[in-house]
Ligand binder design. Sequence first.
Ligand code: FE2
Length: 351
Amino acid sequence: MSSPVDGPPPQGPPNIDLYTRNGFAGPMATIVRAQYSPPYTRVRGNYAPHRFDIHDVADAAFADPRALPVAVLDGAGVSVEVSRRTEPAGFAVRNVLADELHYVLEGEAALHTDFGVLDLHPGDFVLLPRAVTYRYASIGAPLREMIVVTESQLAVDPENAPGVLNVDLHVDAPVPDPTTNRGPGEYEVVIRHGQEFTSYFYDYDPMPCLATAGAPIVRRFNIENVHGLGVEQGGLMPPRLINDATTRTLFYHLGNRRSDRPPIHHNADYDEVICYVAGPGHYGAVDKPGTVTWTPKGIIHQGPEEDVPEGYEAWLLETRSPLSLTPAGREIGTLMETGQFDIHPSASQPV
Ligand SMILES: [Fe+2]
């Protein structure tokens, strides 16, 4: 079979392959090669880069209003999940063992939380730390979310703030609203503990919050207010948006910006999950919002040009957890080449 078409080698020989430890933070070394390293002809086994469109998770998976998110990638203490809601949930959820980062790809909804109410809009990142209860109280337009669930403690902590994200101006918190009390009746709170669920029932509405004080716990910002800083010459690492003291689960902005195309590299410690969320510009071979690319740690890749004049929005999850596709992920995933993140030419061939 012919080699994958990744576009021309960006540098011409010699090609530099950058080996990095600890993501963008550890020792780095370059390997000079005569050949362009990302292309592979075929792969046997499951440890392979894939891409998928979260719209391809069948609507039937979410038809039941009690449906919970569907994991498409998971690993030690981390999962990447997809949620779709067309009607309010008749229950609240409290994840007691993991923090959740929700990204609203589509839709409008009112989210009740222990700390008050948030009106959700496309482009919102919502950090729901563990042990916070939340309920989808009303759905203005069908909601589609990508959810990263991690046992790590996450914090909104942008690098280069306020240039990248002005926390004082553009990171907000839920607003207490006692009028959300739904009155007498039976209420259910689903406690999520790992992959198991336990329901508590109440004869009063357990959600309304009259007031809060202290540190902001639930935090929200919109990708519209995140700015990619560029450089006139050379390359620039993507800016971190959300931090994790254990460095297991880190989130970066990956929208268009003036910077050289990323080097050919292999990331020794982090899986890279990129979520392309808005156009109109193409991010290499990716042009449909809701497309996710996954490159497992240690696999040589380059990735597309990020200096796209038409503009696009994307974000990057880096995780030390060794992810793998879940059964739902395998159903929608396609083998990916690692130059432009296109479908791999061998994907349509029998393995
Ligand atoms: Fe990478």
